[in-house]
Design a protein around this ligand. Structure first.
Ligand SMILES: Nc1nc2c(ncn2[C@@H]2O[C@H](COP(=O)(O)OP(=O)(O)O)[C@@H](O)[C@H]2O)c(=O)[nH]1
Ligand SMILES: [Mg+2]
Length: 444
């Protein structure tokens, strides 16, 4: 996501960081670099121009102010303006005062409506809501079935009807959902390959019939400026309340995400970042901008961690660290939880201060975690709780059992000892300390 922008901004910021003074010359140079970065990312040229002008103006304004770190100040200006550009703040989803909340999904064929409908249902279910899906795409033969399969996967019911009229299906779905006590109804509709009047008529008829609280335009983020243009077309026919940008995982450029709100006046409320059901993220300009500028996204990292970490286990672990009893079993559990959070590259990408350039050349092999687990699995419980037992012949046995080399066993034990030392320090200083550290994985 946004790799190209991140790369370009990395260079821009690096040049600014050491700056002793803000001058006309370096304002101009920075402006030029930013403009190029935005245009290369497929940001609308008017948006790019407006953005650069605002940054230039603000930077001019700071020229006179004596500041300790002019470069940092310049960076802050860029950050602030980028956040403004992308919508200033996260726009929360609308809910009905009286349930059910009706959510209508519109968009071109293949934009990701059906997938997003299910992802959204899953997301809302996790928030404690009771969602139900309505299959109103009657044109593609397998569309209803596709939604049913996804519904089963996330355990959310799917309403469908043998009816050639999508408006009637939506009304019937609504009545059924109300009767069955669902508090959110998500309507998955049909799209076409291009914007056409038949599709527009159908979706406006549905909107008029059900009065949705939220009308999302689901659009493929990889299509760049086309995404912006199709949003504009739909916005003429429908009262869109938000945009969901999908497939941002495949979009290295990020032009649509950067400029769609500025051009259309509609907030992006969610983004899709994988084909899987958990691949939906609330869109928060602050967090996205920090990711683009390489500041890391600690909030997302913590959220991800919270999703997978078992609180009881975490408490026990803290206690063990405090009492100096951290052993290889705990180490293995930590690795397991880390693995549940995603790939090492994803996790590292969210950490502040992790240099993008370094990341690129750096091959993170996720199998490493699995190998480490295999090694620990080949140890006896006694060895795990008391690694001092592991002498030369035991190392050979563990190597044979796990299919790894003795060298790797040695390395792991060395890392573990280092980690234990670190834990001792943490335990002594503050038992409440966070335990996340890349150290013990040998990735620093
Ligand atoms: N990588 C990725 N693929 C997605 C995402 N959202 C949808 N897709 C894929 O895009 C294709 C079209 O999605 P679908 O929901 O059927 O689109 P619809 O025609 O608008 O209903 C499917 O193969 C989805 O798996 C996403 O956020 N990331
Ligand atoms: Mg569909």
């Amino acid at each position: 996501m946004f790799d190209q922008l991140t790369d370009r901004f990395d260079t821009v910021l690096r040049n600014l960081r050491g700056l002793g003074k803000i001058t006309d010359a370096n304002i101009q140079q920075t402006a030029r670099e930013i403009r190029r970065a935005l245009l290369e990312a497929d940001v609308n040229f008017k948006v790019a121009r407006g953005f650069v002008e605002r940054v230039e103006e603000k930077a001019q304004g700071t020229k006179v102010i004596k500041s300790i770190k002019p470069g940092e100040q310049f960076i802050q200006i860029i950050r602030e303006e980028l956040i403004q550009l992308m919508g200033a703040a996260a726009a929360p989803m609308n809910f009905a005062g009286t349930a059910p909340t009706i959510v209508l999904l519109a968009g071109l064929q293949g934009s990701g409506k059906t997938t997003t409908a299910a992802k959204l249902a899953r997301y809302l279910k996790k928030q404690g809501k009771k969602p139900c899906l309505v299959a109103a795409d009657i044109y593609r033969p397998a569309a209803v079935q596709q939604l049913q399969v996804l519904g089963r996967q996330i355990d959310v019911p799917v309403f469908s009807a043998d009816n050639p009229n999508p408006v009637q299906i939506c009304i019937a779905g609504l009545e059924q959902g109300r009767k069955d006590g669902y508090d959110i109804l998500i309507l998955d509709t049909a799209g076409r390959l291009h914007v056409d009047s038949a599709m527009m008529n159908e979706i406006t008829a549905i909107a008029q019939a059900v009065h949705p609280h939220e009308t999302f335009f689901v659009v493929d983020g990889m299509t760049g400026q086309d995404a912006v243009n199709s949003t504009l077309s739909f916005a003429q026919a429908l009262d869109l309340t938000g945009i969901i940008l999908t497939k941002l995982d495949g979009d290295a450029r990020g032009g649509a995400a950067v400029s769609i709100t500025e051009v259309t006046g509609k907030p992006v409320k969610f983004i899709g970042n994988s084909e899987k059901m958990d691949g939906l993220e609330v869109f928060d300009p602050n967090r996205i901008v920090d990711r683009i500028l390489g500041f890391g996204d600690v909030i997302s990292l913590v959220e991800k961690a919270q999703q997978v970490i078992d609180e009881k286990q975490a408490e026990q672990l803290q206690k063990k660290i405090f009492e100096n009893k951290f052993d290889l079993d705990d180490f293995r559990n930590q690795l397991l939880q880390l693995r549940k959070m995603g790939s090492m590259k994803q996790i590292l990408g969210m950490m502040p201060g992790v240099n993008r350039k370094m990341m690129k050349n750096f091959q993170v092999d996720d199998r490493q975690l699995i190998w480490t687990e295999a090694i620990i699995n080949s140890m006896t419980p006694g060895e795990r709780s008391n690694p001092h037992l592991i002498n030369g012949s035991r190392r050979k046995r563990i190597a044979r059992g796990s299919g790894r080399t003795v060298q790797e066993i040695n390395q792991l034990l060395k890392q573990f000892t280092q980690m234990q030392k670190m834990m001792k320090r943490i335990g002594k200083s503050n038992p409440q300390n966070q335990l996340m550290s890349g150290n013990y994985l040998g990735i620093n």
